[in-house]
Unconditional design. Structure first.
Length: 367
């Protein structure tokens, strides 16, 4: 029995909700709760109500139901199934752990731009996930994938413990340029410079105007070149343009919205019109593209092929990303070592794949 078969023997979240036959309440409001409600209904589970933590209850209604306090939910429903509908990062996860000590709590992992990490996803992709597990380069990464999939199947917050992780040496051991796509407020760019003190420069892309202002302020005086643009797959002959953007001043900003922002492709920005085009050497790339990862890779084909950088990419914006992006990276980079980082987050957000080329100079020798 491989690890995926073992995980699929765990009780799946929606099956447990149905078997309990207790009232089902959404825990939280907003877009997350709307998505959770739709997800549950698609699986034949109709939520009975909505409640929120006491500091967020002000007599309001949500989706036609009065928002209850925890005490009101306990009084009206007694033993109920709570379905977490908002995100908790890092130490904030303790709120879910504390609540689960006295209540039955499940936490679905609905990907922001399509699909869900759940039992259906794991069953459908069992063979591919087993293959990914075998391809990961160390036990830390394999343990991270196992924990991620246990959480996906069960929705049990106990499967979200913080896991040890150190960036692979191949990602932080060069003296050339690092690219940070989705740099937000500059935290990740500065963290990279701390890890790799030999790095010549970080080129940080951030399309959201409010976040870009913070990026500029926070990285002032450091070797960070800030670019206020969204990175897409625009062709190198159309180096820049505009695209609709939903600017929220937070990590929730994404392409598709009412604000026009400048767009670039990496090939266009760095002048890689062909494999023979001279350009500055790129040692590593970090991509947190809010669902645009595939487009970013398409627009960086020449740059990646010639520079052979180590790549760190988000693989949680769409459920299939965790399977499609490794194949895409290996196609562009050749043989790689893969590492997986699952950051402490409920639901399963902030999942990153590292691809480290086994022979970084191979293609450059023939160009």
């Amino acid at each position: 029995m491989n690890i995926i078969e073992e995980i699929l023997r765990l009780p799946d979240m929606t099956g447990v909700i149905k078997a309990r036959k207790r009232p089902v309440l959404l825990y939280g409001m907003g877009n997350g709760a709307e998505l959770t409600d739709a997800y549950l209904r698609s699986r034949g589970i109709i939520p009975d109500g909505v409640f929120a933590s006491d500091g967020f209850v002000r007599g309001q209604s949500f989706m036609g139901k009065r928002v209850l306090s925890v005490a009101e939910a306990e009084h009206l429903y007694g033993d109920f199934t709570a379905v977490l509908s908002f995100a908790l990062e890092g130490e904030k996860r303790s709120a879910a752990y504390d609540f689960a000590e006295n209540h039955f709590l499940v936490c679905p992992s609905l990907c922001p731009f399509g699909g869900a990490y759940d039992a259906d996803f794991v069953k459908k992709n069992a063979s591919a996930l087993a293959g990914l597990h075998d391809r990961l380069a160390d036990d830390t990464s394999k343990n991270a994938l196992g924990q991620l999939l246990r959480f996906a199947v069960t929705g049990d917050p106990k499967h979200t413990a913080a896991l040890p992780f150190s960036a692979p040496q191949g990602y932080i051991s060069h003296s050339v340029t690092h690219i940070d796509i989705g740099a937000y407020d500059g935290t990740t760019a500065l963290e990279y410079l701390q890890m790799n003190k030999s790095c010549r420069e970080v080129v940080a892309f951030e399309p959201d105007p409010a976040a870009f202002a913070r990026l500029m302020h926070n990285t002032s005086g450091s070797p960070v070149r800030c670019v206020n643009a969204a990175v897409t797959d625009r062709s190198v002959t159309d180096r820049s343009g505009t695209v609709g953007f939903s600017a929220k001043g937070s990590r929730a900003s994404s392409l598709g919205g009412g604000t026009d922002v400048k767009t670039v492709s990496l090939d266009g920005f760095f002048g890689c019109k062909s494999l023979a085009s001279p350009h500055e050497e790129i040692g590593s790339i970090r991509i947190d593209g809010e669902g645009s990862e595939n487009a970013i890779f398409r627009g960086a084909a020449n740059l990646i092929y010639t520079s052979r950088p180590s790549v760190c990419t988000a693989v949680y914006h769409r459920a299939d990303d965790i399977l499609t992006l490794p194949r895409h990276l290996e196609y562009q980079l050749g043989s790689c070592d893969f590492f997986l980082e699952v950051k402490p987050y409920i639901p399963a957000f902030d999942v990153f794949l590292y691809a480290i080329p086994k022979n970084p100079s191979f293609y450059r020798e023939f160009i």
